[in-house]
Design a binder for this molecule. Structure first.
Ligand code: C5P
Length: 213
């Protein structure tokens, strides 16, 4: 099968030296890419800036901004069977990028933010949708309520939620704990484990879902 995976943060420039970003190491997305490759699948990995080596065999597409990630994802949809959007895409970007470094002596700037395009929602809205669509949800509370809202609003086949405030888990950690929420109101818990083991389990589950659909 062919996987399209997004990973890492995006950066939205304020001026040539400053940007707005999200906390994300990219480890979960890269682990899923690795697991899919090890299981013999084809992988396109659309990655924001991270300090990780691409898994051997993946087609790596490097991007920086949310707009670039949106365009790269849509440009690589041909033949995709399973899309896993794991990237921590910035929800807002500066309305414009100053051409030169904003000087401190000019005072504290007011930065107007505008929303970025939601990549996951844009894939969920595609008709006909030829692939299984799974999105991640990094939450700091109300895990189930927020994940189920995303599942419906973004028209996904699965939302994989993790509590990023859980001690020792999430963000830069090598471990995580996931809950997969499905449209039939069921859910599946993948308890605390290495991101590597979780990624293997996730790839198996998603392939099973895709084969059934
Ligand atoms: O709504 P929230 O940003 O928490 O949703 C998270 C999910 O949506 C993740 O799968 C993330 O990759 C995706 N997302 C996206 N494009 C955005 C914002 C989020 O694909 N602009």
């Amino acid at each position: 099968m062919k996987f399209l995976i997004t990973a890492g943060p995006t950066r939205e420039p304020i001026d040539p030296v400053r940007y707005i970003s999200n906390r994300s190491s990219g480890k979960m997305g890269y682990a899923i890419a690795q697991a899919a490759l090890e299981a013999g699948h084809e992988v396109v990995l659309v990655s924001g800036p991270v300090a990780l080596n691409a898994p051997a065999g993946a087609q790596l597409v490097r991007v920086t901004t949310a707009d670039e990630m949106y365009d790269a994802v849509h440009a690589h949809l041909a033949g995709v069977d399973i899309a896993v959007l794991c990237a921590a895409v910035a929800d807002f970007k500066p309305a414009s990028c100053a051409p030169r470094k904003i000087k401190k002596r000019d005072g504290v700037p007011t930065i107007k933010l505008v929303p970025t395009r939601d990549i996951l929602a844009s894939l969920g809205a595609l008709r006909p949708k030829k692939f299984l669509l799974a999105g991640f949800a990094a939450e700091t509370g109300d895990l189930e309520k927020n994940a189920r809202e995303k599942l419906e609003k973004k028209q996904c086949d699965a939302v994989i939620a993790n509590d990023v405030l859980a001690p020792g888990l999430g963000f830069e950690s090598d471990e995580n704990a996931l809950t997969i929420f499905l449209p039939d109101q069921s859910s599946r818990v993948l308890p605390r484990a290495s991101k590597h083991d979780l990624a293997n389990a996730l790839v198996k589950i998603l392939c099973g879902m895709q084969q059934k659909s």
